[in-house]
Structures are given as structure tokens and as C-alpha cells.
Write a protein that binds this ligand. Sequence first.
Ligand SMILES: [Zn+2]
Length: 575
Amino acid sequence: MKDNRDSINQIKESIDIVTVVERNVKLRKAGKNYSGLCPFHNEKTPSFIVSPDIQRFKCFGCGKSGDIFNFVQEIEGLEFPEALKKLADEAGVQLEDNSKPSKYKKIDELNDLAAKYFVENLSKNKQAKEYLSQRGLSDESLEKFLVGLSGSYNSFYKYIQSLGIYSKDEMLKSGLFTEKEGKVKDRFVNRIMFPIRSSSGRIIAFSGRKMPGDDFGPKYLNTPETPVFQKRETLFGLYESKNSIRKSKFCILCEGQTDVISAFAIGIENIVAPLGTGLTEQQIEMIKRYAPNILFFFDSDKAGQEAVSRGFKIAAKKGVNTYAVTPPSPHKDIDELIQADKDLAIKLSKPKLDAFTYLINRELEKRDLNNLKDYNFLVNYGNELIEEVESQDIKNYYLKKIKFLTQSNSNEQSGTFPSEIKTPQIKKDTRTSLTSDPELYFLALILSKDLSDKVDKIDTKYFRNLNIAASIEYLKKHNDLKVEQILENEDLDLNIKNLIEGIIFNIDSLPEELREPRIALNDVYLRIKSDYYARMLELVRKQQAIAESEGNDEKADDLLAKAESISNIIQQLKV
Ligand SMILES: [Zn+2]
């Protein structure tokens, strides 16, 4: 851009910043300056000031400031060269066209030629056109994204050769060709071609999708990295969607090119996709320039979930708000959902559920909070997700969420992250310690009243404490053994051993049980069962609320029915 310094000054001299700002902001004279409502953030009283003297603007609300170029870039979502071009046209200033390093010029030319060639080729191929229209890609969206078709084997190579302009080296550098045993060949053969553009609109690479029925090669084949194409710094669709992202204040991230194009076809235009790699910090930064919010709309499979988790971590670290949603089954990806239920796709493409809650909830669905191992897993998982967040405020925000999601019936002190729950420590000579926890008391009753014949009918799934559950399972297997024989058993797990010893050595401190031992044991078992269902009920209610906020009505209904049946069980246990 150095070469254009003169032009920049010329433009600044000939166009007044007040005139440009006034096209978007109603300005009022205030002394030497002008003020108005900031176009970059929502406000009711003006904190946006324009100074004609220094030809700069500044907002005292959101902090945005700059010159005429910054303003045009920001308000129109343009890259600097584009803003420069626009204002140069307006000022009638001639720009030097040497801003592009010439070593990349040949690659750019080849990419442009390829795009034209592929589009032309597609227009002649009925089968490919039919396939694309079956997939819901309208002519309009094909045109917008310059979708094309690479030809038969080496047809593009022959075409470029026939021009006689490009050297073998230049051709190979573009990534459009490969070389095998000294022979140059087309990289893309008979594939649907999606040009990949830089955020300023230059075609920098291609992604080629296999035609149906073609068994050769991977489903998607991308241009390898070249001097003009770095995957980590590119987002498919950003050039086409940046204005919509800026206007809507959020950006949808989906998995693939066809998702983006299908979404555009139904009017969702604030959507981009990374290029078959995990989301990178650079890509989050790129989005952040246009909007502070991201909605992850990834596939519903495991890889999709991992992508949300990865994306959340990077975005949270960068202070970007994230939301998440997945296509409800049976739809695998947003593209499939769009083909099946356009209205639902549009409904789901608004940010509702924050990505953190979404992620924790996905784990909740797979796990059982009644199980201490799962509970501890979840707490650690949540902790790990926000590990790299630097801001304590943001951390606290997520902290509250994980407490809400995991702490059943807990009124633990606030401000700390929930920690792992450990097996209660049995202290010496404390009368309360054994009775304070029903599960522990249950085991104590069995051991002290010689009730080990009762364990056969006990279902340990109701027990939250894994060590107690394991002890009971152990007793089930060895109910012919006396306690001292059990403790002598070599293969006894150390945790179980400690637990049983802790009880045995404190048996004297057990308060006298007034009930008949078998009745007492039964009562305690009922209490354990009903605690189990109470925790489960709370969890299901939370998940139901989440499903509602996700817009997944079917799931919410299922969970409501589940909650009702659990309530019934609890009622029956009370009788
Ligand atoms: Zn502002």
C-alpha cells in the first residue's frame, strides 16, 4: 500500500469525512465538531463525534475511532484496498495498480482463468447441473458462488497450455496442477468446483466435490496451500457474507461449502465455513472484525461436537460470544436440514443457546449425574473448557452456568467452581459422620447388623457414591465371608478396604437404631432411591428447559413426559 500514499492523501484532501459519515449518521453541529448516534453500537444519546479539523471520528461509547478509510471499511464491511478503491473512484483519484506483488499475479490470473473455465464447463453439462439443482442449489446461488465443473482428464491443462503464457513452475505454484514423473496434470478431474475467495473477493483456491457415482479420490479435494492460500486464514463464504454478518451482528459457522451455499439459497446470508480444518484463532479474529457473536451450526456427529468444543475454547479466549445448535435428527448437517425443512432451518439459525451450556448439556445427555464418576467428569470438563479464559468476569459467568447445570439441590457457597465430590471421610469417633450420609449409613447397617444376606436385592445404580456401590457389589459376590475375611482378601480394592475399615472401626459410634434392623435398612434404601429420582428429575427438567431454548420442541416434549413419569415414581416411593 506504500505505493498509494500519495493517492491516500489526495483522497483525504478531496473528500470531507463529515459528508461521508452523514450518509449513514444524522449529525448535529456541536461547537467545532459534529455529533450523532454511533452506527457501530446501540445508543440513545449521541456519543459519536466527528471532527472536521482533524478529519477523524471517535465514539466515546464503544471506542471506535479512525479516519475516512476506517469509517468506510467499518460501515461497509470492506477490506482496506476495497475502501481505498471506492473512495478513490469517488474522489476521481487514479490508483497505482502495483499494490499486488507481481510474484502472485500469475497465480491470481490462473485462478481467475480456472473459475471462468469451470463455470463454462458446468453450463455445458446437463448431468452435473441436474445434480446441483436436486441438491437445492439454485442458478442464482451457483452464479453468486461461481460454482463450476472441472473437466475431463487434463482438459484444463491443455487449455492453459494452448494459451502459451504460463511456465510449468507458475502452473504448479497455483495448486491447480500436480506433477507426476515429470508430467504436469490437472489436480481436479470431473469435480464440482467451489472457488474459495479471500475476504476481499479474490479467488485464491478451489474446493472440488466428487460427482455422485464417482469412486475416485476423496469427497472433497482442496487446492493445497499456495503463496496466496493459507487454509488457517481463510473462511469459505466470508466475502459473500460479511455485510450480512455485520448487519445481523452474528456469524454462523457451519462445516462445509455446500452448507454455506444452501443456506444462502434460503436467505441465510451470514454464514461461513472453515476449510476442512479445525477452527483457528486467525479465523475467529477475522469474524470478530465483523461481529461479536458466533453461532456454531456444525454437524450432529462426534466430529461436529468436537468442533464446537474447540471453537468455544478459542472464541471464549478471544472474548467472542458463542452460541451453538445442531440439526435435529435425522438430519446430519445444515444442508440436509435445509432440503427437508427450510422453515426449521431458518428458525434454528438464530442464536439462542450459548455454546457452553450446549456443550455441557451434550455431555449430560450421555452421562448420569447420579453417578459420582460422571459428575466429576462433567465438573472437570466444564473447568477445562474455560481454562484459557483470562477475564475473571467471563469465567464467573460460565461458573454460574455450570453450577446451575450440575449442582442438584446444592446451595454451596458461590464464587467457586464446583469441585469433585469425594467419598466422605470417616473420622474417628464422630457419631454423626456415619449417619449423615444415607448411602454410608446403609453400608454401615449392613456391616454392623450382619445383614449381608440382604444385599442381593439391592440395585446399586441408585447409589451416587461409586465406592459404596462397589462395596455392596463386592458383598453380593462374597456374602458367605465374614467382615474380617473380606478385609484379608488380597484382591480387595484399596478404596473399598478403607471404606469398610472406616465403618468397622467406628461401629461403636453408631447411634442406637430404634427400628428393627431390616426395617431400618429398607427405609434407608427407600431414601436413597428417592434421592436418586429427585436428582434425576431435576436434571431432566434442566434438559427440558435447554431443549426448549434450542427450539427442539420434540425433544422438549419427550423430556416433559420423562419428568412426569419420574415424578410418579417419586410419589410412589413416598407411600
Ligand atoms: Zn459507538
